[in-house]
Design a protein around this ligand. Sequence first.
Ligand code: NAD
Ligand code: LMR
Length: 329
Amino acid sequence: MAQVPVNVTVTGAAGQIGYALLFRIASGQLLGADTPVKLRLLEIPQAVKAAEGTAMELDDCAFPLLQGIDIFDNPGQAFEGSNVALLVGARPRTKGMERGDLLEANGGIFKPQGEAINAGAADDIRVLVVGNPANTNALIAQAHAPDVPTERFTAMTRLDHNRALSQLAKKLGVSINEIKKLTIWGNHSATQYPDIFHAEVNGTTGAKAVGDQAWLENDFIPTVAKRGAAIIEARGASSAASAANAAIDHVYDWVNGTPEGDWTSAAIPSDGSYGVPEGLISSFPVVSRNGRWEIVQGLDIDEFSRGRIDASVQELSEERDAVKKLGLI
Ligand code: NAD
Ligand code: LMR
């Protein structure tokens, strides 16, 4: 029997990340090689024409799994029947801007999108927010979708996770798949904490394998945490293909499960674990089982890690207070 296609809504479809993402979704990399998809693209009116151009190119790829493309400039229509929503459309950070500067500009985008998800998305909707400030934008969208289970709203720290894997693998001269159980804690921002104390590398921990606290503090953590800014500096534009790749990884694992013996990082609503205030959308070590993210429990957090986690979580609390003040949640 032919499989029912999964409706995937992508906002900001005509942007840089959209361009790197849509072809991979249509080729089956988001959900699996046997899952047909229908794309629902949301853009602002001025960018609809560009999205139409991308849709023409998608047609020209003749992807067997792609069963339709619809383009909208109205969130109400774009999220109708949506099973997976990738909220990418936002104002990207430009040189010299911090994510906090973006709160007000982007907050206004995520309120109507949350309302539209609440009104029309499918019961199994899963939302990944990529547009920055991603954690707090997810909180805004979630606040306006009271009928959707809160756990369905997530934000992307998988790019940070992949960046950390890559930096650690280079330092140790090992391949990526020799490293397991690395964690990004907190906010997708320069305060994030990439944790290698629980990471496993060939029978020891990442921190022991490195054996160099100065490298950890002065090189590894800032390189990972400020990688987004370094890419903006080098490219003159924010990361796009690596961000799209991380979005694919996040949703694929959420739907299909994470491999046994490993975990990944995702920003999901806190249940109070590890002292992170309940409700904040913060990055944790997570596994996906039966289509749901679960926070890995029972890790010992030493004083160094505690301070780093607390600092990033504090920033998330401040962002939440700021959007509360703006009346966005
Ligand atoms: P871009 O400017 O190339 O594209 C953004 C697109 O969003 C544009 O086409 C714009 O027209 C569209 N858009 C704006 N408002 C919209 C709305 N209300 N509805 C629908 N579409 C709308 O930007 P980009 O490089 O694709 O980046 C998108 C976002 O992703 C930025 O916020 C960027 O900072 C963020 N980002 C996040 C991560 C992460 O790891 N979480 C990584 C990279 C980039
Ligand atoms: C990134 O991490 O590459 C993006 O979030 C862009 C940014 O503003 O840092």
